[in-house]
Design a protein around this ligand. Structure first.
Ligand code: ATP
Ligand code: MG
Length: 738
């Protein structure tokens, strides 16, 4: 152990427990800190960095530190500088794998046949390029979507495999059995274009460092990076691992492997992106003499929160297993609450936050962590209504998302043909062959005559200014808008909106897309239509949007953080709200369909990540009815709700209807709210007994017993029965319960 006697009492060391201290002070051997959430892994890494610098073991430029996000890199920079008395630390290599690999590759690009000014292409370009190559190779790109091919190539790259490392049949059926050949062509085309994709950044560096001809270079890097530190190690993929291993072999002053990784197998949540939790298990083999340090004391959460998290993750079979304890307070039990629907859930969370605020809590201490991006919308609206400042972390606010802005542009032009800005946004979206030049011509003409773009289209299309094909397209689009507009008075606005998104080809564009975020965008579009249901008409909705868009956030103001569970890794908050714990939403159906038990266990790790973000309070909620993908779904509470150990939770319900776990009911305030809403929408039916039935009403059915109306479709009712779930029945067979 390298220990400087003068450092024994260094203030940054005195706050550590013995195991943490050992991890910080064992600086000349491989160290793996394998420990649960909140045990101080990141703190160890940060302190270790400060310690190495402070004791003069290395200069900043001799340290390579990898974090999972840019934000975490920034935080680490600040924390280290704080530990070292405030002096800014410059010149070190601290960042994400991508950022570090880019920086390195710029220096040596010529070794893989690239110029140092190579461009990094995005997934769009990637797909375009593949499509061209497929066309010239005679591969059917309707059958084999270029984006899907790109994704498969990305997975090869995640595993560190170049075309030459693959045998011809490893692509299976894909691209008509020619995937590996396509991959090879794609790589050579990228080279010609002096470009690389994200996966190449690391892959090229691995190629360079593994080439015996570049042995000197590798040796130089090993000499340079005396100390390598890696956070969130459980989520590294094979390529990242290979790169680390190359750099860390014998990089220490005396030829030892100086690498320190910290991670938690229970928090591995990026398997879908190629992360290999097995990298943790291989650590000891790859770095002989490695010291494995386990931290067991959790410093973040109260005992109730920690026990609840341990209870849930205990249901995973595939884990290393560890004991976690806290010396801290019991704290308050987790609140678990079933509500009528998503709106009631947002209302309840808003109320709880206001109560915390009244008790003097700053909004900065509070987070809402969702499973899927579309969930943020209901919270955003509620918080705006209540005047609670919030920020959406890791992504734009709901109404600022690209697909939402596009869809709104369609709706705006429908409602208001002279909305030029909106029209310009979608005139060629999806692509219909209307280029910039056409838009310029239209604009110039409109400006000259002082008319709108819309009128310019009509006038110019009567001339020969534009090619016949363009004219035809423009007139068809204008005709579509006119038709949609004519439907405003008679058609229900939500149905009209769905129709516009379908007929314009906008939804189809995302359906055809193999982008990783395309499914999320489609969910957001459905959520947008669902949101409209709360307003009487299209204009009323658009007016609401204008107001919502106006409320800008002030970055200096304390605000609630809203983000996905994935984005919350590594962070902590005093109070955490975990909404939407329903089967299908969380655990996500898609993840279970695609990966079976593995997918389910990854979802459970996400639940563990979520709960363990909380220091003092955690609130878990689920709704009985969720409007998901545009339809009302009779939701079943998540299995994770059942897995919460009973001693550590308090289940809440106004009417005492909440049962244990999956047989849960919902509380009466939610029912009343739903009823109010149903009334607003005039969705009623009168049954054979002359009773008026509305959504949210409690009714009795001869055969199925008591239940609540969740949907009315003329004389057909969807009812959530207290026993036996959702059924569709005729209204004449039910009677109202008073
Ligand atoms: P995660 O797995 O969520 O990334 P982690 O293991 O990285 O968690 P940290 O974020 O480093 O944990 O630490 C959790 C909290 O506990 C932080 O607020 C940290 O300051 C505090 N903490 C860590 N070690 C100690 C200690 N020895 N004494 C007091 N507080 C500590
Ligand atoms: Mg951490």
């Amino acid at each position: 152990m390298t220990k400087s006697p003068t450092m024994d009492d260094a203030p940054y060391l005195s706050g550590l427990n013995p195991a943490q201290r050992e991890a910080v002070e064992t600086i000349n051997d491989p160290v793996l800190v394998l420990a649960g959430a909140g045990t101080g892994k990141t703190r160890v890494l940060t302190t270790r960095l400060a310690h190495i610098l402070q004791t003069g073991h290395a200069f900043p430029g001799e340290i390579l530190a990898v974090t999972f996000t840019n934000k975490a890199a920034q935080e680490m920079k600040e924390r280290v500088s704080h530990l070292m008395g405030g002096a800014p630390v410059e010149g070190w290599w601290l960042g994400t794998f991508h950022a570090l690999a880019t920086r390195m590759l710029r220096r040596h690009a010529e070794l893989v046949g690239l110029g140092s000014n190579f461009t990094i292409i995005d997934p769009d370009d990637q797909a375009r390029l593949l499509k061209q190559l497929m066309e010239s190779a005679g591969i059917d790109h309707k059958k084999w979507a270029p984006r899907a091919m790109a994704a498969m190539i990305d997975r090869f790259k995640d595993r560190g495999r170049r075309p030459t490392d693959l045998s011809a049949d490893e692509g299976g059926e894909a691209a008509g059995g020619k995937l590996v050949a396509l991959y090879a062509q794609y790589q050579s085309r990228l080279k010609t274009l002096n470009a690389c994709d994200f996966g190449d950044l690391l892959l090229h560096m691995i190629t360079i460092l593994r080439d015996p001809q570049n042995a000197d270079l590798l040796a130089e890097y090993r000499r340079r990076f005396r100390y390598i530190l890696v956070d969130e190690y459980q989520d590294t993929n094979v390529a990242q691992y290979m790169w680390l291993r190359l750099l860390a072999q014998g990089n220490g002053r005396n030829g030892e492997n100086n690498i320190c990784c910290v991670g938690d197998d229970d928090q591995s949540i990026y398997g879908w992106r190629g992360a290999e939790v097995g990298n943790i298990l291989k650590f000891e083999t790859d770095f002989p003499g490695a010291k494995i340090i386990r931290l067991e004391e959790n410093y973040r959460s109260t005992a109730h929160i920690l026990s609840a998290a341990n209870g849930v993750i205990g249901h995973n079979a595939d884990r290393l297993g560890k004991n976690l304890f806290t010396d801290g307070d019991q704290g308050e039990k987790l609140i678990v609450r079933g509500l009528w629907d998503g709106e009631a859930e947002a209302r309840w969370i808003g109320e709880e936050i206001e109560q915390l605020q009244h008790r003097g809590w700053s909004l900065d201490r509070i987070a809402v962590l969702v499973r899927a991006g579309f969930q943020t919308r209901e919270f955003e609206e509620r918080f705006i209504q209540l005047g609670l400042a919030y920020k959406v972390i890791g992504g734009p606010r709901f109404y600022e998302r690209m697909e939402i802005r596009d869809a709104l542009a369609y709706l705006r032009v429908t409602a208001q043909p002279v909305d030029d800005l909106a029209l310009e946004r979608i005139i060629n979206l999806p692509r219909r062959g209307i280029g910039d030049a056409t838009v310029q011509t239209l604009y110039a003409y409109a400006r000259n005559k002082g008319i709108s773009l819309h009128s310019a289209i009509h006038e110019l299309c009567e001339t020969d200014e534009m090619r016949p094909k363009v004219r035809e397209t423009l007139l068809r689009l204008a005709g579509d808008f006119a038709r949609w507009r004519s439907l405003i008075p008679t058609m229900k606005h939500t149905e009209l909106a769905s129709m516009i998104l379908d007929e314009s080809g906008y939804s189809a564009m995302w359906q055809a897309s193999k982008d990783a975020d395309a499914p999320g965008r489609l969910e957001n579009l459905k959520e947008l239509v669902a949101a409209m249901d709360e307003f009487e008409s299209l204009p009323a909705f658009l007016e609401h949007i204008a107001l919502v868009m106006e409320s800008r956030d002030d970055q200096y103001q304390a605000s609630i953080s809203i983000m996905t569970l994935h984005g919350a890794k590594g962070l902590e908050f005093d109070a955490v709200f975990l909404p939407g714990w329903e089967e299908g939403l969380f655990p996500s159906q898609r993840s279970m369909d695609e990966n079976g038990l593995r997918g389910l266990e990854e979802e459970r790790r996400l639940a563990y990540v979520g709960i363990t973000r909380a220091r003092q309070r955690a609130f878990i909620s689920f709704a009985a009815n969720r409007r998901m993908y545009g339809n009302w779904i009779n939701a079943v509470p998540s299995r994770f709700v059942d897995e919460l150990p009973k001693d550590h939770i308090e289940t809440q319900s106004d009417s005492g209807l909440y049962g244990a776990g999956r047989s849960a009911h919902w509380d009466s305030s939610g029912v009343q709210a739903a009823q109010r809403r149903a009334d607003n929408h005039d969705r009623r039916t009168i049954n054979a007994h002359g009773e008026t039935l509305s959504r949210g009403d409690r009714v009795n059915h001869d055969k199925f017993g008591d239940g609540t109306i969740i949907h009315i479709d003329s004389h057909k009712l969807d009812i959530a029965f207290d026993r036996g779930g959702k059924k569709r029945v005729m209204d004449s067979f039910v009677s109202k319960i008073d």
